[in-house]
Design a protein around this ligand. Structure first.
Ligand code: 3HC
Length: 302
């Protein structure tokens, strides 16, 4: 990436157009923060109804952010004006300098998406996955070797509008210069980047998932109540949320799928008892108690 020399200080000279795949909580949030920073974004999802639901959440979150930052309604409209939407998978990335996928956490589906986009994206286009638990090298397995060198994880946190961190995970062959460019881009959208090698869970989830497991086991053994564990971690460790509040926010199903994947096949984690999905989690999922999004998780929500 020698042609980037001198441009990296200003990521807007290199990254102008962004394509975000997946209009769910994460994809919508990523589109939002990129548009807030002045980037043009194309947001893709399979069905118009998913796009509409996603854009309604983006608007709500922008209005909330505007209130916090004391911005006017014009600021919200300006950001919304930078987001266009489409259900046309190929067209979404045709002009993109950076593609970020935030679709379902399923390896084959992510590989298939990246494989189709590889054929139509600009040769210089950077591919990024927002995976929370898969390896970048596995998601990128179906890509051409040139594209693989331009593929990383850009891992955002929920709620994207509020959380200040983006993990950038890279592979052995990641192009020199790319990480500097992405660090500058992450700062430009108002977040702080950290770098991590391509390892399951990167930094945050690698520490959070076993922490959540220990919290559940503490309660399952009857050593403490859910309320007391949450209060203890908020007041005794200074965390903004307790582990059960956090699991409800990220989704019981999300946590379950991360653990199942790691327990079954992640290098170095396979068979680790801390990641074995429990019957209690399976019960919660079959009852539809997925956390905040369904109104019921460890807690009940209005
Ligand atoms: N857009 C969207 N949601 C927003 C928002 C915005 N602009 N502002 C606030 N929120 C959400 C919160 O989730 C919460 O929901 P509710 O009020 O609708 O019930 C509420 O809005 C709280 O709003 P507040 O204005 O009171 O904000 P706080 O100052 O209390 O901060 C918080 C909320 C930032 C979520 C804080 O509690 C926090 O930092 N919690 C920890 C979150 C965390 O650890 N996230 C990482 C999860 S792991 C992950 O994402 C990785 C993935 O791979 C699984």
């Amino acid at each position: 990436l020698s042609h980037l020399q001198g441009k990296i200080q200003d990521p807007k000279r290199v990254i102008r157009q962004i394509a975000v795949y997946g209009a769910g909580i994460m994809g919508g949030g990523i589109a939002q923060v990129a548009a807030q920073a002045g980037y043009k974004v194309t947001l893709w999802d399979m069905r118009q109804v998913d796009i509409e639901r996603g854009m309604a959440a983006v608007r709500k979150s922008l209005e909330r952010t505007a209130k916090k930052l004391k911005k006017n309604a014009g600021w919200v409209d300006q950001a919304l004006g930078l987001i266009s939407t489409t259900t046309d998978q190929m067209q979404a990335c045709s002009k993109a300098d950076l593609v970020i996928e935030a679709i379902v956490e399923n390896l084959e589906i992510k590989q298939k998406l990246f494989r189709s986009l590889d054929a139509v994206a600009k040769p210089d286009c950077i591919f990024a996955t927002n995976t929370s638990s898969l390896l970048v090298r596995d998601v990128a397995a179906s890509l051409s070797s040139e594209r693989k060198q331009k593929t990383v994880a850009l891992h955002f946190f929920n709620p994207v509008a509020m959380m200040k961190l983006v993990e950038i995970a890279y592979m052995d062959g990641t192009e020199a210069g790319l990480l500097e460019l992405l660090k500058a881009w992450v700062r430009d959208i108002g977040k702080t980047p950290v770098l991590c090698r391509d390892t399951p869970g990167f930094i945050v989830n690698r520490l959070l998932v076993p922490y959540n497991s220990e919290a559940r086991m503490l309660v399952e053994r009857g050593d403490a109540t859910i309320d007391d564990v949450d209060t203890a971690m908020k007041l005794g460790a200074g965390y903004p949320m307790g582990p059960f509040e956090l699991m409800d926010m990220t989704g019981i199903d999300t946590g379950y799928h991360i653990m199942k994947g790691w327990y079954e096949s992640a290098p170095g984690l396979k068979g680790d008892i801390r990641f074995k999905p429990t019957p209690q989690m399976e019960q919660m999922i079959s009852d539809g108690h997925l956390g905040r999004k369904t109104g019921q998780g460890f807690y009940t929500y209005k």
